[in-house]
Design a protein around this ligand. Structure first.
Ligand code: ZN
Length: 205
């Protein structure tokens, strides 16, 4: 997911999260290109991660760097063309709050609240398009951390929206699947045009 849509669109100052965040614990990271919708890889269910090895750790580091650079608050491995069940996120917004980069291997939603929430979502694979999506307001998620430990946590607010959006990616689902078919078709056609223009080297005005 991108940073809050209001920031991403606005004429105001750049969003706070756009600032490069120091990640001293990771080295030799590199940005990976983000796939744009429509792309069959964004519609394919990702396979579970078997072993946590160096290449998976490298992928997670690269995804975090790519997410912060975008700037975004969440990114799923299929968005960089890797069809494995791995997501990264950091929904800390306040500038004076420490960043909280999270890496979730094989995440699973184990509980959802009856209460729902509405958030205007966007996606780094569908740039410049936003729509209100209704989802459970709170979820519990179980996952494996990069050190192999089992984790479980309850998420609320933006974190809940983000983790559900990113886990959707692992099942080949996009936020536009939660809105009307008419609107989805409209966005998809605009994205097809954007991709054609980019392929021909035309930048959008
Ligand atoms: Zn997304």
């Amino acid at each position: 997911m991108p940073v809050a849509s209001a920031d991403a669109r606005g004429d105001g100052p750049p969003p706070a999260v756009a600032k490069a965040r120091p990640l001293p614990y990771v080295q030799r990271m590199s940005l990976r290109p983000i796939l744009l919708h429509p792309d069959p890889r964004l519609r394919t269910a990702a396979r579970p991660v078997g072993a946590i090895d160096d290449s998976l750790r490298r992928l997670a580091d690269d995804m975090l760097e790519t997410m912060y650079d975008a700037p975004g608050i969440g990114l799923a491995a299929p968005q960089v063309g890797q069809l494995v069940r791995l997501i990264v996120m950091d929904c800390v917004k306040a500038e004076d709050e420490a960043p909280r980069p999270m890496v979730l291997v094989n995440p699973e939603i184990t509980w959802t609240s009856d209460e729902t929430g509405v958030y205007e979502e966007g996606c780094l694979s569908i740039p410049e398009h936003y729509a209100e999506v209704t989802r459970p307001a709170e979820v519990a998620v179980r996952w494996t951390a990069l050190d192999g430990s089992a984790q479980e946590e309850r998420f609320a607010g933006l974190w809940a929206t983000c983790v559900q959006h990113e886990i959707d990616h692992l099942d080949g689902r996009l936020f536009i699947d939660h809105i009307s078919a008419v609107r989805r078709g409209m966005i998809t056609r605009k994205m097809e045009k954007l991709k054609r223009d980019r392929a021909r080297g035309i930048e959008r005005a």
